[in-house]
Design a binder for this molecule. Structure first.
Ligand code: ADP
Ligand code: MG
Length: 334
């Protein structure tokens, strides 16, 4: 198995038929069922920027490539259905590595999607490159009937809520960078979050169906940066109480080991792909019922304020906290 066409054949055989697609892999274009998909998201992973082969197996890289894409669909309250896969791979092809990549994607599709919902490949492109490997996925999805949940829609007085745990993936990156200081095996939760982030796809879909958040975003570049995007889209400010943030014990242990700061990982670390949303006080009641039913771990971190108040993070005593970095930005000097 070495040629482009063998590889396409392998991809074709590896995945089930996607929903909402009349003609998938094999023709010049895919043909989608009309009216089926209204959401499109694309994310690229570049070797050396988003992953390193000595830090992650190809299974983990494939998992992540699909996870980050379906996360973007779920962050609109939508249901992922099909995806397109562009592979730029160094020649000669390392077949085992690619098999792992595809297996990881399949595993993420199976494990992250709610029972009974399939997300699968509908097409793509395959090329050889003399540069680093590049994996690009374009995901398609469908909005809930009430319409997608946008970044826009927040009102002053809305509560700011995060679903799930933050800072884990960034702490895992710190371990990968300094394996001589902390062994990954000693921090299984952090390491797993770094290797295979688990966006809560089901929660995104359910929140979309229920129409609960006034605005929603997945946290890919850090809590403060992504909250900043949401606030900017709505021309509002926010008040965040750092004492309300959940700090995983492994983050505390890693901080004690000298690997970095738990607060920096939580507020400025990215790639946890947890859902950040604003919810009106009236809808918080139903939201809390739903999260109890579903067993979601929710963090109610603060409140949306007028623009003039800016984004303020305060400590236990209400004193503003200064953080070194606000998150990751491409093309920006660190
Ligand atoms: P063309 O020359 O028309 O671009 P290709 O040979 O690139 O056609 O692709 C043939 C078929 O295989 C198309 O349906 C395309 O969507 C699919 N395909 C190519 N590469 C991939 C890939 N990496 N993942 C999924 N489908 C792919
Ligand atoms: Mg092509």
């Amino acid at each position: 198995m070495t040629s482009e066409f063998d590889l396409i054949e392998l991809i074709f055989e590896s995945f089930p038929a996607p929903r909402g697609v009349e003609v998938g892999i094999g023709d010049d274009s895919a043909v989608l069922e009309s009216g089926r998909f209204d959401l499109v998201a694309m994310d690229t992973l570049v070797e050396g920027v988003h992953f390193r082969r000595d830090w992650s197996s190809s299974e983990a890289i494939g998992w992540k490539a699909l996870a980050v894409n379906i996360s973007d669909i779920a962050a609109m309250g939508g249901v992922p259905g099909a995806f397109f896969l562009s592979l730029a791979l160094p020649s000669p092809l390392e077949v085992q590595w690619v098999r792992g990549l595809l297996a990881g994607m399949k595993e993420a599709a199976r494990e992250l999607m709610p029972d009974g919902l399939v997300v699968s490949v509908a097409g793509g492109d395959t090329v050889a490159t003399s540069g680093p490997a590049v994996v690009t996925i374009t995901a398609l999805g469908s909005s809930p009937e009430k319409g997608p949940i946008l970044r826009e829609g927040t009102k002053v007085g809305d509560r700011i809520v995060v679903l799930g745990e933050l800072g884990l993936s960034a702490a895992g990156l710190a371990i990968a960078r300094k394996p001589e200081v902390a062994a990954s095996a000693d921090y299984p939760v952090v390491w797993e979050a770094f290797q295979r982030p688990r966006p809560n796809i089901k929660a995104g879909i359910m929140l979309g169906l229920a129409g609960l958040p006034s605005a929603m975003i997945d946290i890919s570049d850090g809590l403060l940066q992504d909250l900043g995007h949401l606030l900017k889209a709505n021309q509002v400010g926010a008040y965040l109480e750092s004492a309300k943030v959940a700090v995983h014990p492994e983050l505390m242990a890693l901080e004690a080991a000298g690997l970095g700061s738990a607060f920096e990982w939580i507020f400025a670390g990215g790639e946890d792909f947890q859902l950040l949303m604003t919810i009106s006080p009236e809808k918080m009641v139903r939201f809390k019922e739903l999260s109890d039913e579903e067993g979601w771990k929710i963090q109610e971190l603060g409140e949306v304020r007028p623009l003039t108040e800016g984004l303020k993070v305060v400590d236990r005593d209400g004193v503003p906290i200064q953080l070194k970095s606000q998150g990751y930005t491409h093309f920006e000097a660190p």
